[in-house]
Each structure stands twice: as C-alpha cells, then as structure tokens.
Design a binder for this molecule. Structure first.
Ligand code: URA
Length: 190
C-alpha cells in the first residue's frame, strides 16, 4: 500500500528526531518545528529557522513575521491551509542567532525530501538564507520577485517578512512581489 503524503511527511519528521540532527540545537529548543499546511499545496514557503513563538507552539511563522505572512497570503486570496510553510532549520537557534552553515547543511536533505513529497509548482524562499540554499550565487536585492527555473523546479526569491516589519519600503516591495504570485503560478506547467 502506498502511504499518503502526510504519512510520508510524518516519517521525515520522525527521521530527523531518530537521527539526532543538530543535537545541540535540539537540546536548547522546546521542540522540532517541522512544517504546517497542506501537503497537496501548489506553493511551499521556506523561511530560515523557528523563533521564540514557533519554538513554543511547534508551528512555523506564528509570531509577528507570521502575522505579516498571513496578511500577504490573504492579499492574494490564500489561507495558510492552502499552502505549506516550513523552514530550512527545524529547531530554534539560541537567542535567534542566524543558522550556521553546518546547521543548514544538516537539515537540507530533509527539506529536499519534504519538497519531493509535496511536489509544489512553486517554492517561495523567504530571505537570503533560504534563497541561497537553492540558488547560491544570487543576491536577493537583485532578484527578489523574479521566478527562477533551476533543475526542474521554479523558485521565487522574496525578502524575509521579518525584515519588512519595521521598514515600510521593504513592506511595500514584498506586497508587490507577492501580488505577482498568482500570475507566476499560471505560467508554470506541471
Ligand atoms: N522566521 C523564520 O524564518 N521562520 C519562522 O518560522 C519564523 C520566523
């Protein structure tokens, strides 16, 4: 019997725990923050790592940046339950420091497995850490809002919503980039 997408995602989550990925982060974190949303989604959003609220609630993007992400989703008539949301690094780094290169490397195979299960039309990377995992050479200030085709997958690099919280210009840019998502989706053959 073939297992459902949700069962396969649950297995990936269990593997991260069983294989003791980033044990130092696991020790200081409250829990693993694996992902949230619809396993059949056309769009997957990928952030950097859980913050304080995410660590406490076990879900990605539930703090201030998440509230802005929800608003942007609503601006294109989407709910969180229509998309899938995750991070590169699945445990909160202490004091919200940037994830280390070795931490991103350790979690990348599991993120790739998540994407292989969900098979989204579009992967939206939030912030430069997330973009550079898939598109290492690019500068976010130069390419934000431009869809990039790479190895059979379409990526849309966007600024991180947290960076836009206290920067009105960036907020407007992010909303404009978001507004193009429906058109970009229609241009993707699947
Ligand atoms: N920032 C991220 O990159 N991810 C979250 O889950 C929350 C804030």
């Amino acid at each position: 019997m073939t297992s459902s997408k949700q069962q396969r995602l649950d297995q990936i989550k269990a593997d991260i725990v069983a294989k003791h990925i980033c044990p130092d982060l696991a020790k200081t974190a409250t829990q693993l923050v694996f992902g949230d949303g619809n396993p059949d989604a056309d769009i997957v959003f990928i952030g950097e790592a859980p913050g304080k609220n995410e660590d406490l609630q076990g879900k990605p993007f539930v703090g201030a940046a998440g509230k802005f992400l929800d608003e942007m989703l609503q601006s294109i008539n989407l709910e969180r339950t229509d998309v899938y949301i995750t991070n590169i690094v699945k445990y909160r780094p202490p004091n919200n420091r940037d994830p280390l290169p070795e931490e991103k490397d350790a979690f990348l195979p599991y993120l790739e497995e998540q994407l292989a299960v969900i098979q989204p039309k579009l992967v939206v990377t939030l912030g430069r850490h997330s973009m550079n995992c898939f598109l290492p050479q690019l500068q976010i200030s130069a390419v934000h809002g431009q869809p990039k085709w790479f190895k059979g997958q379409v990526y849309l690099p966007l600024f991180h919503p947290a960076a836009a919280l206290y920067n009105g210009g960036l907020r407007a840019t992010l909303l404009e980039d978001f507004a193009n998502i429906p058109t970009i989706l229609t241009q993707i053959e699947h």
